[in-house]
Ligand binder design. Structure first.
Ligand code: GLU
Length: 489
């Protein structure tokens, strides 16, 4: 039986969580869930200048917002902690000790200036870059003395000299062969004692018993080096799955130029987490080549590494908008109302607690706009007129609708018809308003548009009769009276 699946998502908290990282997290999460495995969240905070607790907090928030949970890591702990690399010094020290003892690591005392000179020389000569292994050839007694004297040094991998090609076995890319001779004696531990990325990653992946490394293919060139470190430590090499890049529509790596890229920017732009998750899941993976709606529950039942594509995936903002609309429409009114309320409250239009107090009213509001929007940012503009005390009428609507001859007469008729209504339901309101056009000899559309501008301040609004019902009798009649003063008789 194979080992239980253990995967990790290992962000560096040097910035916000971006969609590329989020997709890596999603694939790791789905793979762990699909296989009854464990997802480890590890914070790769070894870059002291750029790693901040605020970035870590934002990454965790973004993962939680996306609905991704982890089994070990910050907030939940676990048997392989700590889960911050800066707290794992003793693991790195022990691993280095083991590599020293078996001769796969050695100290290098070359100064930065010496290394630069060597690089220049190499560049001018045979074109082989990388360290020339001067310190690897030092006499052991000399090494011991220089170490004892506390001379500044880094620790390097003694890359094997007689090893055959390094074969990276990758679930997405098949086998990639790297000639062993191209591997240099890379730095494992810097002169300040901090571990370099490749070393820390391998030590952690080994000690955390990671079975599959799923990450962006920008790390592919690191992988043969990491394999050498796994071997030097005598640890099994995990299976790799390198994910294709995400491109913008222009075929360039997705960046800010293309639009929002951080997960929180998408949240703030009105996307539902499920829609973003779905869209990201399909960037490089497919369920069957055609299904576009793949909710989280399906993803975690069906995800497989075999269906990841090697080709770059294009982030399609239009498709995401469409998808978000589909997810919004699929929400039941209760859930939609809750989402809409968050935006309405954040805009300062409704007091906290209003949703519970006016539950049915919000449900009616939800059904009014649910089918009509693609982004949650559209909620507030669509319903603002229902909340404001003083309605500002759009000047263009005023000019084109209320200033037309006969608008005043129509408004007066509307006001009278509504004032005498016995029950304030959208059906009763509709019946009352439909009786007006004929008696005035104008088209229904014209009367409804006049009423719409009077009550919503604009020529575009959610459906009229339902809007009037939600607005309530008192406010509606006040607005009609106010509009009468502006309308041409
Ligand atoms: N901290 C690395 C990154 O954010 C992780 C790379 C890896 O998965 O090995 O790119």
């Amino acid at each position: 039986m194979s080992d239980p699946v253990r995967v990790r998502f290992a962000p560096s908290p040097t910035g916000a969580l971006h969609v590329g990282g989020a997709r890596t997290a999603i694939y790791n999460w789905a793979f762990a869930r699909r296989n009854g495995g464990t997802l480890v969240l590890r914070i790769d905070d070894t870059d002291p200048g750029r790693s901040t607790p605020e970035n870590t907090a934002q990454i965790l928030r973004s993962l939680e917002w996306l609905g991704l949970d982890w089994d070990e890591g910050p907030g939940v702990g676990g048997p392989f902690g700590p889960y911050f690399q800066t707290e794992r010094q003793d693991h790195y020290a022990r691993a280095l000790e083991r590599m020293r003892a078996n001769g796969t690591a050695y100290p290098c005392f070359c100064s930065a200036d010496e290394l630069a000179a060597k690089r220049d020389l190499a560049r001018a000569g045979d074109g082989v870059f990388g360290y020339d292994r001067t310190c690897r050839r030092l006499d052991p007694a000399v090494v011991a003395a220089r170490l004892a004297a506390g001379e500044p040094r880094v620790w390097r991998l003694a890359a094997p000299e007689n090893r055959g090609d390094i074969v990276v076995k990758d679930a997405v890319r098949g086998e990639t062969v790297f000639p062993a001779g191209t591997m240099d004696d890379l730095v494992l531990v810097r002169s300040d004692g901090s571990p370099a990325y490749n070393f820390a990653t391998v030590v952690d992946d080994a000690t955390m018993q990671i079975t599959h490394v799923i990450r962006g293919d920008d790390h592919l060139s690191n992988t043969p080096r990491q394999i050498l470190i796994f071997e030097a430590l005598g640890q099994p090499v995990p299976l790799f799955a390198h994910l294709p890049m995400i491109w913008g529509a222009d075929g360039k790596k997705l960046s800010k130029r293309h639009g929002a890229t951080s997960v929180e920017a998408f949240r703030d732009a009105g996307y539902l987490p499920e829609a973003l998750l779905n869209h990201l899941a399909l960037l490089g993976w497919s369920l069957d080549g055609e299904t576009t709606i793949v909710p989280p529950d399906v993803l975690k039942m069906q995800f497989s590494l075999e269906r990841i594509s090697r080709n770059p995936a294009v982030f399609d903002f239009e498709k995401l908008d469409w998808m978000n609309g589909a997810y919004l429409r699929a929400l039941d009114s209760e859930d939609f109302a809750a989402q809409a309320f968050l935006w309405i409250e954040a805009a300062g239009l409704a007091p906290a607690g209003d949703l519970a107090a006016r539950h049915d009213w919000y449900l009616a509001l939800a059904s009014l706009i649910k089918e009509r929007i693609k982004l949650l940012t559209e909620v507030v503009p669509a319903v603002r007129f229902l909340f404001v005390d003083r309605l500002d009428i759009d000047p263009e609507a005023l000019d084109q609708v209320l200033a037309k001859e006969g608008a005043g007469a129509a408004l007066e008729a509307v006001r009278q018809a509504l004032a005498s209504l016995e029950s304030w339901t959208s059906e009763a309101i509709e019946a009352a308003l439909r009786s007006i056009p004929e008696s005035l000899g104008v088209r229904p559309k014209v009367v409804f548009q006049i009423a719409r501008v009077a009550i919503a301040g604009s020529t575009v609004s959610p459906p009229l009769f339902e809007s009037v019902a939600l607005l309530g009798r008192e406010v509606t009649l006040t607005r009609l009276t106010a509009a009468l003063c502006l309308a041409t008789p």
